[in-house]
Design a protein around this ligand. Structure first.
Ligand SMILES: NC(=O)c1ccc[n+]([C@@H]2O[C@H](COP(=O)([O-])OP(=O)(O)OC[C@H]3O[C@@H](n4cnc5c(N)ncnc54)[C@H](OP(=O)(O)O)[C@@H]3O)[C@@H](O)[C@H]2O)c1
Length: 295
């Protein structure tokens, strides 16, 4: 298959191109320099010239707090909503499959029940969530051959993420406060890329949720495991004797610009129902990730 991947300079796009190439597919990775997704003419030209069998659309505005700034709102909408619609329209013309990455932020995070992929009870709390939802609707209203895959708490080799931030903070602090009332599951882009390629090799279109396995946890739980594993790798600066992680509520932590959902539990049973292989546990993913990166 020939597959166009947007956002190749980001965390997920980078791993998608690698996974496609490994499997013998022809991968064409683009980022803003080659194709600004907000520019319909550029999207038209690049996608048409590439003539892919599928597009994996990873490019997005992902700076959740910066998205709340009044000066940025319109830009965020252009990238996440209009940019996605631009791609969906060309895919329609070319009769090509499209896989769009979305987020748990399309929901309001109330309750404790895991969100099902076909739940339509959307109530985004943030500009990022609203614009990613608008992207979803553009895809589902334009196309028939689409996959919308919601993911959460993403980490990959190629980009900034929570793990890198914690490892960096851990070096310079002896106490770190982390929220313990937002619950979800991390997603390792290396593992996710395999599932996404599995998906586009089928015609099992529709909405999916995907994160690593290993259970639902809080950011506090995640942090303690990051430091435990780092310390076990021979890095005493991360040992529990030196570095104290204190669980706090979102309220105690203090306001961030964007409201974040408390309940980011994503139900992944639809993956198994459709014969897809689930991702490994997040604990295992974390271990492989820490070996991959320098910290
Ligand atoms: N990160 C998360 O925790 C998370 C959670 C749930 C869902 N997702 C979704 O998963 C997908 C992949 O996330 P990620 O973490 O891999 O993202 P990422 O690392 O931020 O990469 C996104 C890429 O898109 C590029 N981009 C931004 N504006 C563009 C434009 N106008 N035209 C073309 N490219 C543009 C970015 O370039 P610049 O860096 O130059 O802006 C960046 O290289 C996104 O759709 C995101 O919304 C992410």
């Amino acid at each position: 298959m020939k597959v166009l991947v947007t956002g190749v300079k980001g965390q997920l796009g980078f791993d998608c191109v690698n996974e496609l190439t490994k499997r013998g597919h022809e991968a064409v990775g683009v980022d803003i320099e080659e194709m600004d997704i907000t520019d319909a003419a550029s999207v038209n030209r690049v996608v048409t010239e590439t003539a892919p069998d599928a597009v994996i659309h990873c490019a997005a505005w992902t700076a959740v707090d910066a998205a709340e700034d009044e000066d940025n709102c319109e830009k965020v909408r252009l990238v996440n909503a209009v940019g996605t619609e631009n791609i969906a329209k060309v895919c329609k013309e070319l009769d090509c499959k499209m896989l769009y990455l979305s987020t748990d932020y399309v929901f309001n995070g109330q309750g404790t029940a895991p969100w099902k992929p076909d739940c339509r009870d959307y109530k985004p709390l943030s500009v990022y969530g609203e614009t990613k939802l608008a992207g979803e609707l553009a895809v589902s209203e334009t196309l028939e051959k689409y996959y919308i895959v919601r993911i959460a708490w993403v980490f990959g080799k190629n980009g900034k993420n929570f793990i890198k931030t914690m490892l960096s903070l851990g070096k310079s602090h002896d106490t770190i406060k982390v929220v313990s009332d937002q619950i979800g599951t991390p997603t390792y882009t290396y593992d996710l890329a395999k599932l996404l390629v599995d998906m586009i090799e089928t015609d099992k279109y529709g909405y999916y949720h995907a994160t690593n396995e290993g259970g639902y946890i809080s950011w506090y739980d995640f942090t303690t495991e990051i430091f435990r594993q780092a310390s076990a790798m021979g890095r005493p600066e991360y040992s529990a004797d030196r570095l104290h992680v204190i669980p706090v509520t979102t309220e105690e932590y203090g306001a961030s610009k964007a409201k974040r959902p408390f309940n980011s539990r994503l139900d992944k049973s639809k993956l198994t129902e459709n014969g897809f292989t689930l991702l490994p546990t997040w604990q295992d993913a974390l271990q492989r990730y820490l070996k991959e990166i320098e910290f």
